[in-house]
Design a protein around this ligand. Structure first.
Ligand SMILES: Nc1ncnc2c1ncn2[C@@H]1O[C@H](COP(=O)(O)OP(=O)(O)OP(=O)(O)O)[C@@H](O)[C@H]1O
Length: 322
């Protein structure tokens, strides 16, 4: 068996909030194989973004990795020195964000931004870097790439900026692309283009970890789905199976209120209540207070991801009847 491309083990990320510790990610474990596309879904605040930012040393001020390992290419990214992580970031692992303006420098031409990683990582000389940058823009469907290279981000439309950011992430041909809500800030036609583009990259062998609120987007692009709730992984399995027959009550709730995967004519059912305050998590299953299937003492115990009979995993005692 070959080792996974990315192997995240028991990751804990926290923020100190006055006297309290806010645990944004709590014991997150998952793997991604080479060429695989994994979607991470869950409500706002469930720890999706902090979980991936931690891997690349990109936590916001105050954010801290408490524990865990993240193996990529024989290196534990969480134990590596900052310069080791910088060597991986942008070269072998690239990240695209929800809003291209977060990633693109408004005061610098696209050419400089697209060639920067190639030059910084000494992947090639200047003229080849410009060639590769122009090709990357062409690959993401930007017409007249050489002319666009001389432009600044504000001279492009929002959709083109989003595609330019993906070109920037792809120019070094990374093995893993982490995309955080890449389609949220764009209209539906650009959304389709971005999904098609990411699908092409996946087909060419780039592994993808995509954070999304949208189960429809996850289903269009990703083989596997990881569902997060209150910093915990609550379900993992092939996207089609998880969406059509969810094992965890929270996943059932998400599917029940998803427009894209809802059967036409079926009423949408919002999940009752709100996600918990992460500093005041109840003992045991974090979903228990909102769970329509909660059942006393069994739910008061910590719930770990366990393998169900069909090989899928869910963090609910009902799955293996413990
Ligand atoms: N800069 C910060 N300072 C303090 N706490 C933070 C900060 N950023 C995030 N958090 C906490 O970490 C938790 C997880 O945030 P994260 O951004 O990972 O959630 P998410 O699932 O990606 O949400 P969204 O879908 O809205 O982006 C949040 O609920 C919040 O309480």
């Amino acid at each position: 068996m070959t080792a996974p491309l990315l192997d995240v083990r028991d990751l804990r990320v926290s923020f100190q909030q006055g006297k309290n510790l806010l645990r944004a990610v709590d014991g997150l474990t998952y793997t991604v194989d080479a060429g695989q596309a994994l979607a991470i879904v869950g409500e706002s605040g469930s720890g999706k973004t902090m979980g991936v930012r931690a891997l690349l040393g990109l936590l916001p001020p105050g954010g801290k990795v408490e524990s865990g390992q993240a193996w990529f290419g024989g290196t534990d990214l969480l134990a590596a020195r900052p310069e080791q992580v910088r060597r991986v970031r942008g070269r072998e692992v690239a990240m695209v964000f929800q809003n291209a303006m977060q990633a693109l420098n408004p005061t610098v031409t696209l050419q400089r931004q697209l060639t920067e990683h190639l030059r910084w990582h000494r992947i090639c000389g200047r003229s080849e870097a410009v060639e590769r940058a122009a090709q990357a823009l062409a690959d993401v469907g930007i017409p007249e790439p050489r002319r666009r290279l001389r432009m600044y981000p504000f001279q492009l439309s929002g959709g083109m900026r989003q595609r330019a950011m993906i070109a920037m992430a792809m120019v070094t041909r990374p093995r893993l692309l982490i995309a955080d809500e890449p389609t949220t800030a764009v209209d539906v036609t650009v959304q389709r283009q971005i999904i098609d583009l990411l699908g092409r990259l996946r087909d060419e062998g780039t592994a993808i970890v995509m954070i999304t609120h949208d189960l429809g987007v996850a289903r269009a692009l990703c083989d596997d789905l990881l569902v997060m709730y209150a910093g915990h992984a609550v379900e993992r399995g092939p996207t089609v199976e998880v969406v059509s027959a969810p094992l965890h009550p929270y996943t059932r709730g998400l599917v029940g209120c998803s427009v894209q995967v809802g059967t036409s004519g079926r009423p949408l059912r919002p999940i009752a209540g709100n996600p918990p305050e992460l500093v005041l998590l109840p003992a045991g299953c974090p979903f228990q207070p909102r769970c329509p299937e909660a059942d006393g003492p069994a739910c008061d115990r910590d719930q770990l991801l366990v393998r169900a009979a069909d090989g899928r995993k869910a963090a609910c005692w009902r799955v293996d009847g413990r």
